[in-house]
Design a protein around this ligand. Sequence first.
Ligand code: PLP
Length: 351
Amino acid sequence: MLPMSATNDVTPGFQFASDNTAGICPEAWQALEQANTGFTPGYGEDTYTQRAADLIRDLFETDCEVFFTFNGTAANSLILATLCRSYHSAVCSSVAHVETDECGGPEFFAHGIKLLTADHQQGLIIPDEVTRIATQRTDIHYPKTRALTITQPTELGTVYSLDELKTLCDTAKQHDLLIHMDGARFANALVSLDRTPAEMTWKRGVDVLSLGSTKLGSPVGDAVVFFNRDLADEFDYRCKQAGQLASKMRFLAAPWVGLYQSGAYRTHAAHANAMAKQLAENLQSLGLEIAYPTHVNAVFVHMPQPLVDALHARGWHFYGFIGGAQRLMCSWATTPQHIDALTADIQQALA
Ligand SMILES: *Cc1c(COP(=O)(O)O)cnc(C)c1O
């Protein structure tokens, strides 16, 4: 079978609904096909898993501990369950995926932890909020604050600069909080900032990262990357108990090899970001107001309801429940033709 490629079909559909509506990128597909030969040990004892973990260690320029889970919710939940005991709390932004889109996964896997939501500015946690939350109560009756979880890029498509990350991480460390980064779209932030993965994570003080791959172009599988190796103790048991240890692990690992060995992770992330930038420019030139800076592959735009209705009626799918604006996502598979088609329909609907 031929690798899936980006299609230029511009019939209105799910092109902008999310970055998980796209198929599997060619590099991940080819890697899967290559892995689909012969017999290998199961449960991650194979050479593909070894290679994928080594590529992630090379990427971050450090000897981190790497695990693979089926998705990001599992990665985030199991990490927070590792950082926190049942009577602990973790600070996150009020728009954090762990808070709004994981169905209580972190609280469930951590047996009762509480997420404490911090105010944010355009998705970015305000550092003073970390201090406020970490110090507001120190008595026995309140869940002890133990961790900070930061999403990079944020759910609102913005990116923390290295300075902002440093301030946030330093503040967390002052209050003895362990630091988790939700990097469901880490590669998009990486190419946007143009700094090294190490600078964006452990060099700022991040202890553990959820490294996403699905939205970048792989079929399934996120990575858990422990920079603080002590915290990784027995994490393999946690994965297994939670149903997150893939039996045929090579097929979770192979797409990582395809994406990271070739550098395709960068190309795809940069492409998705560029498409979003173009879309944002088009929308602005049509007089629409962009709600948050377009740092990565998400465009948040204020649209009058009649416009939303007209676009939905034409068959375009997109959501308005995140961040108080309409969200349009681009991916590795978005083409300039898709952007043109949507732009033309918006122009027509506005006319
Ligand atoms: C998509 C996403 C995740 C992971 O979601 P899954 O559907 O569980 O893979 C985690 N965090 C953020 C910010 C996301 O956008």
